[in-house]
Ligand binder design. Structure first.
Ligand code: KIV
Ligand code: ZN
Length: 520
């Protein structure tokens, strides 16, 4: 019998990750990521916070209908209405037996006094009632003590014991504000496991934020102390400085199995593809030196290092790049590529689509391939993304028909854009300090947008100089909503214009969302 403990990987990219300012995703995008998370074989997918918006409800429902291998989870405050809403949207997964309701309430003095304005006794009663109600609707219930790392030990012991007694199967200890340090956080987990009389009846979990850059270190310390579930996100996205990064936790545990002896279901070869998918979907580029999934994570620059790796790989490499999904794509996509090659590549990248949609994607792929020598991975989410926006936004789809620009002798620039809106072509001119600025002002005019530009960046897509392409990212804000967009093209001004239009489409969607309820 295998007695190695099992490590449960709980992914919250679609819930906490989506709470990153500007990272909103539509239902089709969330579904694509959920399918990829299932391929990665995460144990739990937190698909959203049902009571926060109608969009979240729709996405969780879609994920619960289609995902069968991972558990599908919705967050819910410790309120009857929230729990009922979670159970409602999780219904297909509850029926199938792969659902989880995750309910939470804050337990730290500052949160109870200032935010909830409740006594500890009321908080405890609410927690017990919430867990009981959730358990009456679903067999798998997680209870989180929000701000656990700043909560009083005795109170944590009491509320955790009561939650387990009420039916919680997982107890989660969030370091909500990223304040803990590893030795202290490990000790908290170890002490609670020892002090809570019924602790053995639940799995202990941790959920660490990265405000001090310690989220992964704290999660690993907790594993060392007896936690058996880690909550994390792809690329570490999430509230403020983000959550523990899934790929870092998974690879730290796998690479240092001498220190962390766990069984896990994760298929590591999907880590790089899913990192790219999340990055392309949210517009949050991965820093080049990011562990595991950054483009320099396995690159050796110094002569001594290169020499060492050539002689023996293990001199400077502790993991194999191929094992986490680097260089898995040997298939070049171009104008001669057929449907099978495109479909295969889309599947590898987690960009599956229905037959009818695939026909449209293939037609657009052929158009693109006719213009450029090679179609790159970064181009593909945009092909699917345009179509999913089309489905979701209906008449609000913008597509850039043409862009021309020229620099002025006085140092400024002028641009003219033609954009398809509602099937009708509209044209506008703009001026600015340079061609990108001019293109943005023409686009604002043609789309009647009053959005302000919060962020703009331009990178070279990593394909060598002959096929150099610009990858632009734009973040726009309007009326309290923010949205990111991305665009790629051989012409950097066109890439930038595409990114602006993509952000403008998403902004329209964000504005229609219901504002997220203040979490109690
Ligand atoms: O950070 C946090 O405390 C959370 C909980 C709701 C789990 O995200
Ligand atoms: Zn969180």
């Amino acid at each position: 019998m295998n007695t190695t403990p099992f490590l449960c990987i709980f992914d919250t990219t679609l819930r906490d990750g989506e709470q990153s300012p500007g990272a909103s995703m539509n239902c089709a995008e969330k579904l694509a990521i959920a399918h990829m998370l299932e391929k990665l074989r995460v144990d739990v997918i937190e698909a959203g916070f049902a009571a926060s918006s109608a969009d979240d409800c729709a996405s969780i429902k879609a994920v619960a209908e289609q995902i069968t291998d991972s558990r599908v989870c919705s967050l819910a405050r410790a309120l009857p209405a929230d729990i009922d809403r979670a159970a409602q949207v999780l219904a297909p997964a509850i029926e199938r037996g792969n659902a989880r309701i995750h309910t939470f309430i804050a337990t730290s003095p500052v949160h109870m006094e200032r935010k909830l304005q409740m006594s500890p006794e009321t908080v405890l009663e609410r927690a017990v009632a919430a867990v009981r109600r959730a358990r009456s609707l679903c067999d798998d219930v997680e209870f989180s003590c929000e701000d656990a790392s700043r909560s009083e030990r005795d109170f944590l012991c009491r509320i955790i014991e009561a939650a387990i007694e009420a039916g919680a199967t997982t107890i989660n200890l969030p370091d909500t504000v990223g304040y803990a340090e590893p030795a202290e956080f490990g000790a908290l987990v170890g002490d609670l496991l020892a002090a809570v009389p019924n602790a053995q009846r639940a799995v202990f979990s941790v959920h660490c934020h990265n405000d001090l850059g310690l989220a992964v270190a704290n999660s690993l310390a907790a594993l060392g102390a007896g936690a058996r579930q880690v909550e994390c996100t792809i690329n570490g996205i999430g509230e403020r400085a983000g959550n523990a990064s899934l790929e870092e936790v998974v690879m730290a545990v796998a690479t240092r199995s001498d220190r962390f002896a766990f069984q896990s279901r994760i298929e590591q070869r999907h880590l790089v593809p899913i990192s790219r998918l999340v990055s392309e979907t949210t517009g949050f580029y991965v820093q080049p030196n990011k562990a595991i999934v950054g483009r320099n994570a396995f690159a050796h620059e110094a002569g001594i290092h290169q020499d060492g790796v050539i002689k023996h790989r293990s001199t400077y490499e502790i993991m194999e790049a191929e094992a986490v999904g680097w260089f898995s794509n040997q298939l070049v996509l171009g104008k001669h590529s057929g449907r099978a090659a495109l479909r295969r590549r889309l599947e590898d990248l987690g960009l599956c689509c229905e037959e009818q949609q695939f026909n449209d994607v293939f037609a657009r792929f052929k158009e693109l391939a006719a213009h450029q020598h090679e179609v790159f991975d970064e181009d593909l989410p945009a092909l699917i993304g345009v179509l999913s926006q089309e489905g979701e936004l209906g008449s609000a789809l913008y597509s850039l028909s043409s862009l021309s620009y020229h620099s002025q002798p006085d140092g400024g620039a002028r641009a003219e854009v033609v954009v398809q809106i509602d099937g009708e072509e509209r044209r506008a001119e703009g001026s600015g300090t340079g061609p990108v600025d001019a293109a943005f002002s023409a686009l604002a005019m043609v789309t009647d947008s009053a959005a302000s530009l919060l962020h703009y960046s331009l990178n070279a897509a990593p394909h060598g100089s002959a096929a150099a392409r610009g990858r632009a990212a734009v973040r726009l804000a309007h009326n309290g909503h923010t949205a990111n967009g991305t665009g790629t093209d051989a012409d950097v001004v066109t890439a930038s214009a595409r990114a602006w239009l993509d952000a403008q489409c998403r902004l329209g969607r964000a504005a229609r969302r219901h504002p997220q309820l203040d979490a109690i």
